[in-house]
Design a protein. Structure first.
Lengths: 283, 357
């Protein structure tokens, strides 16, 4: 018998679709405006009835390349800060998560509370004291400063996330490897680690999104020489009124800043979702 | 190959003692089943042998070598887990060869071993598959293949058949037995299924609450259980065990049940008058007859199965199971007299739980 959907269910599905469409429009709308505007002439950007059909131009991008080397430098800093933070977080979280998952003792478990507690602080409260601290050790205005801060903020989340994934890898698989003659380290790298790649990917995404988009910490800790892209774009925004920059250039800069992370997340989402849904490794 | 000596091994988690002074000697090449109810310590004992569990006290020898403080990888042991514990990201071939790769064996030797084990277990067409692409029985075989490839001194099996369906379980049971007959490697097999233990093992170790109750050949356990626990655990349906008191009276001593029913004792038994005993009779060792002789009972359920017929009777304040290869013509509600076969009565001291005859 063919399966028929009742009118009621069809209505419910339509409603759900509408809600989803609204959410997508809500979050993607501004991005769409920025993207479209980056290909528009200056005069088309602010017409009262937005022009949807226009002759696309690359002038804004050309201008960005020719006159804004500072933007590209800041983009480079962003890349360094993001990769650095993600690498540092994964490097630090993996051993921690492994300990929480495989060597749980009461004291160890208690320290997890501390990890969560750290996240409850409003970030700004610790940012101000960080400034003299970093100045003292000569880290302000270097990418290392933001890498450390991003990592410090994201490490707790990442540890807990990776612990969940490690918990999903049956201990018996570890034990089988040990009986097969592997040391604990060999077991971890050859047997356990490959099971939690989706978890590592998820951690990287969280850190990367945070580091790539952060404005606050970068603004406070990297004043002139190692501005990240969001700080740079904000500065450009400030210069609009003085005629130093056009809106088109700013939109172009935003799109360039947005593109890498968008592409990255898009590429990684499939294996990531598979990892979340399938749960790691059933022997 | 090697025998295993377990010498006064104890294991305690905080204050819970899961193993108490366990001493077992497993001769080289034998197949031993560790059996008992869940929580009796059988899996803990197995994990202690392979070193996944540290013991609190005692010593373990494999092939004459002290291994008590050695890590699992240095004990030369292979284990088949209940969940198989295959490496999900390795194909069958890599699962089987992992141990040899770790030992840095030459590639040609690895290939030869994998092929040999694969041929024994019928895995050759599956070598390139991942574990998730295999059925339960095939995974089970890969887990055994992984153990065989290592040519270990000892095989350990931790309830390896409990995740299989009934039919496959019987088949794999047979294959494990054939494998042992072929390789003759000392094997320890943990199970809670007494049929599995009886059919597979040369020697069965019955454990209860962290102690070894009895060690013996399967039929020895069946014919002469040393305690009411073993008597009740081995055999299905379980042995009927009745509480009674020995009463000398005028004639030969008899067992008097709480209901006042009297059962004869086997000849030559010397038990003091008034001793509290457990009177055990297996279902097949009750004869049936008219209600005025033997233990008075009332038939509750009749189960004809073809070869045998089971009677469940209300008697002596409880239920008694009778098994007969005669096609008994009873109906529910019929009165019946149950007569124990005195050559097969098991008597236990209720105080010490030890066998009396």
């Amino acid at each position: 018998m063919a399966r028929r959907t009742s009118p009621r269910r069809r209505l419910a599905r339509l409603g759900a679709g509408l809600v989803l469409a609204l959410i997508v429009l809500w979050s993607f709308g501004p991005i769409l405006v920025a993207m479209l505007s980056s290909f528009k002439n200056q005069r088309d950007i602010f017409t009262y009835v937005p022009t949807l059909i226009f002759e696309p131009t690359l002038d804004n991008y050309r201008l960005l390349i020719d006159e804004w080397s500072s933007f590209w430098r800041s983009l480079g800093v962003s890349v360094i800060a993001t990769i650095g933070a993600a690498a540092l977080v994964v490097l630090v979280s993996l051993p921690a998560a492994y300990s929480y998952s495989r060597m749980a003792r009461p004291a160890v478990a208690l320290s997890a509370l501390f990890l969560i507690g750290v996240r409850m602080f409003p970030p700004i409260i610790i940012t101000i004291p960080l400034f003299p601290l970093f100045t003292g050790i000569g880290l302000t205005d270097t990418p290392v400063a933001v890498i450390l801060v991003y990592a410090a903020f994201q490490v707790s989340m990442s540890v807990l996330l990776l612990k969940v994934f490690l918990d999903g890898v049956p201990r018996e698989i570890d034990e089988a490897a040990m009986l097969d003659g592997a040391t604990r380290l060999q077991t971890f790298f050859w047997v356990t680690l490959p099971q939690i790649f989706p978890g590592i990917a998820a951690s990287i995404i969280f850190v990367a999104l945070f580091a790539w988009n952060d404005f606050l910490f970068a603004f406070l800790l990297t004043g002139t020489n190692s501005k990240t892209a969001p700080v740079q774009i904000a500065e450009m925004l400030g210069a609009v009124g003085e005629g130093g920059v056009t809106w088109g250039t700013i939109f172009a800069a935003s799109v360039v800043q947005l593109a890498p992370i968008l592409i990255f997340v898009w590429l990684i989402q499939k294996p990531l979702l598979r990892g979340f849904a399938g749960a790691p490794a059933k022997g | 190959m090697a025998g295993i000596e377990i010498d006064r091994v104890s294991k305690a988690y905080d204050k819970v003692r899961v193993l108490r002074d366990v001493s077992v000697s497993i001769p080289d090449g034998t197949f031993v089943a560790l059996v008992g109810p869940s929580g009796c310590g059988k899996t803990t004992l197995l994990r202690s042998i392979c070193g996944l569990e540290e013991i609190s006290d005692g010593e373990i020898y494999i092939g004459g070598r002290q291994v008590t403080d050695l890590p699992p990888k240095d004990r030369d042991i292979a284990m088949v887990f209940q969940s198989y514990a295959l490496y999900p990201h390795f194909d069958v071939q890599d699962n089987m060869s992992f141990s040899m790769k770790l030992a840095k064996a030459p590639l040609t030797a690895i290939a030869a071993k994998v092929k040999h084990a694969g041929a024994i277990l019928g895995l050759l067409p599956l070598l390139d598959r991942l574990p998730r692409q295999l059925s339960g029985g095939q995974r089970q075989r890969v887990a055994m293949g992984r153990a065989i490839v290592r040519s270990p001194k000892v095989f350990l099996f931790d309830e390896p058949l409990s995740n299989l369906d009934a039919k496959l379980r019987v088949q794999m049971r047979k294959e494990i037995k054939q494998l042992h007959q072929r390789l003759r490697v000392t094997s320890v097999f943990v199970t809670h299924d007494q049929i599995e233990a009886m059919t597979l093992a040369d020697q069965v170790i019955v454990m209860n609450a962290g102690v070894v109750e009895q060690i013996g050949a399967p039929l020895e356990l069946y014919d002469r259980p040393v305690s009411p626990f073993v008597a009740g655990f081995i055999g299905s349906p379980a042995m009927n065990i009745l509480d009674a008191t020995v009463s000398a009276g005028d004639g030969p001593p008899q067992a008097v049940l709480a209901t006042g029913d009297r059962l004869p004792l086997p000849e030559g038994i010397e038990v003091a008058d008034g001793t509290a005993i457990h009177y055990g009779v297996r279902p097949e060792h009750f004869g049936t007859g008219p209600a005025d002789g033997g233990l008075r009972a009332e038939v509750e359920v009749v189960e004809p199965t073809g070869f045998e017929t089971f009677l469940y009777c209300a008697a002596a304040g409880g239920e008694i199971c009778v098994r007969s290869t005669d096609r008994l013509a009873f109906a529910p509600g019929d009165p019946v007299g149950l007569r124990p076969d005195l050559a097969h009565v098991h008597l236990f001291d209720a105080g010490t739980s030890r066998r009396l005859n």
